[in-house]
Design a protein around this ligand. Structure first.
Ligand SMILES: Nc1ncnc2c1ncn2[C@@H]1O[C@H](COP(=O)(O)OP(=O)(O)OP(=O)(O)O)[C@@H](O)[C@H]1O
Ligand SMILES: [Mg+2]
Length: 348
């Protein structure tokens, strides 16, 4: 079972700040972007994170909605342009139903780097978590889907490096789509001269970052994603971040104790003590979820019992009004849950 890292045990409890700004960056208003992106009608800003801002836009040639992420210009990073092009090409090759597709990438004449992505009309896991309780059954349905996306990307040699609830999007049907694959790598220079001149390196999001990622900056392997997914899993089960000397999930919430070693092993400080492949984590999670779906033992003289209901990894998300603060998530084999969350972006 994983031990919390010693460095973490001194951390005082603190509210999670999801949008810590890693670079001083003021996103331009949508109207300003319109002037420099004539092939799009930029409609509004969807949100801002540590590595830029995301806008909803209409791509005029194809008359479709897209999400455009603009990245801050990094002072003193002389290799950014080359890295941006290289990483964008790698990301555009990813084609998976649970990964947000990158359609295009470029730089405006005014010098703004941007990525054009598939627009996911729905919400993100951060909003769902804020809305109240996410039943453990739904966490057990979501995790294997995230695993599938990670297994696919890792096979292509791409590590996400910034798995966190904000980057786990859920569309109107409740399908999971992971955003910002590989973006953290795009934003980090591995060139020593840049590191010296940059004021601050973007590495990932602190609470979800594997210890070796925090230590080494850019040099991580796929096991950093396993760590971050372990943190997200813990948060989904308990509603809390694993901070300090955190107990296993079943001591914080009413969840199956067999999940404890799975979650704790995913978050082992030493990458060699973690799951070595996402597929192993997925198998263990599915074993628990299948077992917990088993019907109760038969009574002595019983009618035939129902077959175990498989956990359907896709669940549906419905919202009561446009840009409502109320969402419900439900699915086959899992009970519905409702919640409220300010700013939840959902369409009826
Ligand atoms: N492809 C997309 N489709 C729809 N909404 C998106 C898309 N990508 C991002 N968003 C929304 O925009 C918000 C801001 O995204 P952004 O990536 O800028 O911030 P973040 O994920 O909080 O931080 P980071 O920059 O570290 O990834 C997200 O929380 C999400 O709700
Ligand atoms: Mg993001």
């Amino acid at each position: 079972m994983a031990e919390p890292s010693p460095a973490e045990s001194d951390v005082p409890p603190k509210e999670y700040e999801p949008t810590e700004r890693l670079y001083p960056f003021t996103p331009p208003p949508a109207a300003e972007l319109n002037a420099v992106l004539p092939q799009f009608e930029v409609l509004k800003m969807l949100g801002q994170g540590g590595m830029g801002a995301v806008y909803l836009a209409r791509q005029l040639t194809l008359d479709r909605l897209v999400a455009i992420k603009i990245l801050p210009t990094i002072e003193g990073d002389s290799h950014f342009a080359a890295r941006f092009g290289r990483e964008a090409r790698a990301l555009a090759r990813l084609s998976h139903p649970h990964i947000v597709t990158v359609h295009d990438a470029g730089k405006t004449e005014s010098g703004i780097y941007y990525l054009v992505m598939e627009y996911v009309d729905g919400t993100d896991l951060r909003h769902v978590l804020r809305s109240g309780s996410l039943p453990p059954e739904q966490a057990l349905a979501i995790v294997p889907v995230i695993c599938d996306a990670l297994i696919y990307a890792h096979k292509q040699g791409i590590v996400h490096r910034d798995i966190k609830p904000e980057n786990i999007l859920l569309d109107q049907e409740g399908r999971v789509k992971i955003a910002d694959f590989g973006l953290a790598k795009m934003m980090v220079s591995s060139h020593a001269e840049d590191v010296l001149t940059m004021t601050r390196q973007v590495l990932g999001t602190p609470y979800y970052m594997a210890p070796e990622q925090a230590r080494s900056g850019g040099a991580v392997d796929h096991r950093a994603d396993i760590y971050a997914l372990g943190v997200v899993f813990y948060e989904m089960l308990t509603g809390e971040l694993p901070r300090g000397n955190f107990p296993p999930p079943s001591e914080r919430a009413s969840v199956d104790r067999r999940l404890d070693p799975i979650v704790m092993r995913s978050m082992a400080s030493d990458p060699d003590q973690r799951y070595q492949a996402v597929s192993e984590l997925k198998t263990d999670v599915e074993r628990v979820s299948t077992a917990s779906q088993r019907p109760p033992p038969p009574v002595p003289i019983s009618a035939p019992t129902a077959a175990p209901r498989p956990v359907e990894p896709v669940f549906s998300l419905t919202c009561s009004s446009t840009y409502s603060t109320r969402c419900s998530v439900s699915g086959r084999g899992i009970g519905p849950v409702e919640g409220r969350g300010p700013g939840t972006r959902c369409r009826s």
